[in-house]
Design a binder for this molecule. Structure first.
Ligand code: ANZ
Ligand code: ZN
Length: 827
């Protein structure tokens, strides 16, 4: 008898899969389509346990769906552009391309060694020109449609990484990568007009029932839709346009005691021009402009400002209101100016206290009046209105529509909706990215590269010497180019695209990875899209998923994909934790997948990741748990191999043997397990599914102990073993397939059929109780679990087959084993 040697069987199985192209999939395959997608990795060098977990979960579902008759697309690829390649180039002198391709080669082997059932023929690497050339094509189409534009704007800039950062790459005012304080810098940048889709992206959050609530809320918050009103405050001296502000709280208009402009607001420098205030305002504006915006917006940031020397009048009361410039007002939101109501807005309150400005309370809490002289914080709750002219005494919420109606009628205000979402700045001053297909010409301006001149190939014969300094900008061979229109010398754009652009459409390219007539073969794309199940980390809950939803819409409008939303269902898996914190190099608590494979094999690594916790929850690494999984697989191995000779020629059965309690119990267990495992996988309760298979294995061992020699029992035993193997297949495909083959079965069938259960043998919360008379099985009865002993006795005594054996006898005693057995002892 062979012992369980994972390496031998795993490598053997993988070779067979590859030779038989078992996981190749076409659009002509039988069955309904099912697109299972896992977030593709960045080729950093080696896979980590987070990948193993993510992809193990995905592989279970892919295999399971195939077994259920679906035509499954399960692809894999590489998110291959990005900074680390450039860093490696600087630190180690290797070319980013070489570094990336080496990493891909290594990681591909790692994934293959784990036995994931990908269709490798659809593999893509986003740094390959065959991929990004189509991204450049898309850029040009978006340019035509006005969805791409260029503007000079302050950008977040990290001086250490010497690069522009997206808002979401700024964490608490610091660079997400190196922790350096982020400053603002003016740069001309390319933008994607994602805000044109803000409303749709927001509203569709309610039409994605297959997404986790938490992720949808994060998306909604990021888009930040808010209903309010723009109000015009006329300048005191009646000169020039009024000052327009955005507020969500028109009910507080009577409490306005000052106005605040963003430092970037055009009026900030214009209003004090030529006055004694000019210098102080200018100095303040300059200072504040270099501060990171998200830092300025934080509630804890110190409120600072200066007076402009000018006033507006309150359109409702006519009161004279001074205009300040303040750090906490951002130009990007609303109109870049606010009306300040210190009594009811904490930021305004802090500002008022700092600069000795008046506070007027206009909303009174239910438990008493506010006294501005003693208030220690703004009252931001609701209540009855005071100091508010005709609205006094009314509930503040009620007055909001009335006040807006009034403002609209007088044409001094308009209902508006504001979004926090900003357009997506995609320019990066980097080398290792997709070149932006634009040429600048002194005469013709900004000229898109003609489509027939695509791709703009990223030259590979360059040396990267410093982070953020794109060598493209220093390579005349690259940037010297003639203007496509006037043919005079022009200059190429030397910025590359944000790598989030590549990951915004890779899932579409998988559908037609070999297509070379255009970016996407719509027929194939529309066969597969939308993605039925997407699986990945929650760290992508906002950006990647939002950008993909945006991109998919754009491509939908370009008639390249019929679906409007790309991802039907989303599963966000938890982190892998060890010793209390996320596994990471910096924490020094990583377990290397290669080590796991070497020591236990791929099946154990997969099984542990799936068994140790439900997919959405964090997984706590445990060496003991790994050992346990390995022992379980050994136990399964022995279960089959030790009895192979016994059951070789036997026909498998899933029916109990007549009048045999043990076989009844086993048959019921088999059917129950099939049902439960099916339901569990459908709900992604993969850990409990495994636990149930483990129970079934225990049940089979128990049955074996009874040492039944008859053919029927052997048939049932074989049926039980086959069920164990088939149920295990999606989780641990190598050992399962090997055992399957040992039983003389065809490996095509294990991957293509899922076991059925028979309702007859299913008891939801019911148990089968065996009734014996003098230890001999006479009948069984199905009862509710935990039926009480007396009742069970009565039921047993009343059974026909039992009564026959009681006739003319005296009952000595009745032994009841709850949920299992009743034995009636007679004389
Ligand atoms: C007066 C007021 C009184 C406000 C009050 C709030 C409470 P959301 O809900 O996020 O849309 N605001 C408007 N534009 C701003 C800008 N560019 N920078 C900083 N703050 C700005 O927030 C809308 C509120 O945020 C607006 O309503 C405005 O303050 C402020 F008791 O106006 B409110
Ligand atoms: Zn020109």
């Amino acid at each position: 008898m062979r012992s369980y040697e994972p390496h031998v069987i795993e490598e053997k199985r993988q070779k067979i899969w590859e030779q038989k192209h078992l996981y190749r999939v076409t659009e002509n395959g039988a069955g309904e389509k099912y697109y299972l997608l896992e977030m593709f990795p960045y080729p950093s060098g080696r896979i980590h346990m987070g990948h193993v977990r993510n992809y193990s979960i995905g592989d279970v579902i892919a295999r399971y769906k195939r077994m259920r008759g679906f035509n499954v697309l399960h692809p894999m690829g590489w998110d291959a552009f990005g900074m680390p390649a450039e860093n490696a180039a600087i630190e180690r002198g290797v070319h980013p391309a070489a570094w990336t391709h080496e990493n891909i080669a290594y990681m591909r082997e790692q994934l293959k060694r784990l036995g994931f059932s990908y269709d490798w023929e659809r593999e893509i690497a986003t740094c390959d020109v065959e991929y990004y050339r189509w991204e450049q094509w898309m850029f040009l189409r978006m340019f035509e449609k006005g969805l791409v534009y260029r503007k000079s704007s302050p950008v977040n800039y990290c001086q250490k990484c010497q690069t522009v950062l997206a808002n979401e790459q700024v964490e608490g005012g610091a660079c997400w990568r190196c922790g350096e304080e982020v400053v603002q810098k003016e740069l001309t940048q390319w933008f994607f007009a994602i805000t044109k889709y803000a409303d749709e992206l927001y509203e569709y959050c309610d039409k994605l029932p297959g997404w986790p609530e938490r992720v949808l809320n994060m998306q909604k918050n990021w888009i930040g839709k808010s209903y309010g009103v723009e109000v015009d405050f006329p300048m005191e001296d009646g000169d020039g346009a009024p000052l327009t502000i955005f507020t969500t709280r028109p009910d507080t208009l009577y409490g306005v005691t000052f106005m605040v402009l963003s430092p970037e607001h055009p009026l900030s420098t214009r209003l004090p021009a030529g006055t004694e205030h000019e210098q102080t305002v200018r100095a303040f504006v300059e200072k504040t402009k270099t501060q990171d915006k998200s830092f300025r917006a934080e509630i804890t940031t110190q409120k600072e400002g200066v007076f402009t020397g000018r006033y507006v009048s309150n359109p409702l009361t006519g009161a004279r209101v001074p205009i300040y410039v303040g750090n906490f007002v951002l130009m990007e939101y609303g109109t870049g100016a606010i009306m300040a109501v210190p009594a009811h807005d904490q930021r305004d309150f802090e500002f008022a206290k700092e600069y000795g400005l008046p506070v007027i309370a206009t909303i009174m809490p239910a438990n008493g009046a506010l006294d501005p002289a003693t208030m220690e914080a703004a009252y931001e709750g609701d209540g009855r209105m005071a100091n508010s002219g005709p609205f006094n005494g009314k509930h503040n919420r009620e007055t909001i529509p009335a006040i807006i109606d009034y403002l609209e009628e007088k044409k001094i205000g308009r209902r508006t909706v504001n979004y926090r979402l900003r357009d997506w700045g995609i320019s990066r001053q980097r080398y290792w990215g997709a070149p932006i297909p634009i040429i600048y010409c002194d005469d013709c301006g900004t000229v898109p590269v003609p489509p027939e001149d695509l791709p703009v190939v990223l030259p590979l014969d360059l040396k990267v010497t410093a982070v953020g300094k794109s060598p493209l900008a220093e390579d005349p061979e690259f940037y010297k180019v003639n203007c496509p229109i006037c043919k005079k010398p022009g200059r190429r754009e030397t910025d590359t695209m944000d790598t989030f652009v590549e990951s915004s459409w890779y899932f579409l390219r998988y559908a037609c990875a070999d297509y070379d007539q255009g970016p996407l073969d719509s027929a194939r794309v529309n066969y597969w899209m939308p993605v039925d199940q997407y699986i990945g980390g929650v760290e992508h809950a906002v950006l990647h998923l939002l950008y993909s939803r945006f991109f998919n819409r754009v491509l939908n409008e370009l008639d390249l994909v019929a679906a409007r939303e790309p991802f039907e269902n989303l599963l966000t898996q938890g982190m892998v934790i060890k010793d209390g914190s996320k596994m990471s190099k910096s924490k020094g608590n990583v377990v290397d997948p290669d080590y796991m494979i070497k020591k236990y094999g791929a099946d154990t690594a997969r099984l542990f990741c799936l068994f140790a916790s439900p997919p959405e929850k964090d997984l706590d690494w445990s060496d003991k748990g790994v050992e346990g999984c390995f022992r379980f697989l050994q136990r399964v191995w022995r279960l089959v191999t030790e009895r192979l000779d016994d059951i070789k020629g036997t026909v498998s059965a899933l029916e109990p043997v007549v009048d045999d309690t043990d076989s009844v119990q086993l048959a019921y267990l088999i059917h129950k397990t099939v049902k439960k495992v099916t339901e569990d996988i459908d709900r992604f309760h993969l850990n409990t599914a495994i636990a149930r298979i483990m129970e079934l294995v225990n049940g089979v061992y128990k049955f074996i102990e009874k040492d039944k020699k008859d053919e029927d029992s052997k048939g049932l035993l074989r049926g039980a073993m086959e069920t164990v193997i088939v149920l295990l297949f999606p989780f641990v495909p190598h050992i399962a397939e090997e055992l399957w083959e040992m039983l003389g079965l065809d490996i095509q069938t294990i991957g293509r059929s899922w076991p059925q259960y028979n309702e007859k043998y299913i008891m939801e919360d019911r148990v089968l109780v065996v009734v014996q008379v003098n230890g001999k099985l006479r009948d069984r009865c199905e009862v509710e679990r935990d039926t009480d002993q007396e009742q069970l006795k009565n039921i047993a005594h009343s059974l026909d087959k039992v009564r026959r054996h009681l006739e003319g006898k005296t009952i000595v005693k009745t032994v009841v084993v709850p949920n299992k057995l009743v034995n009636i002892v007679v004389k």
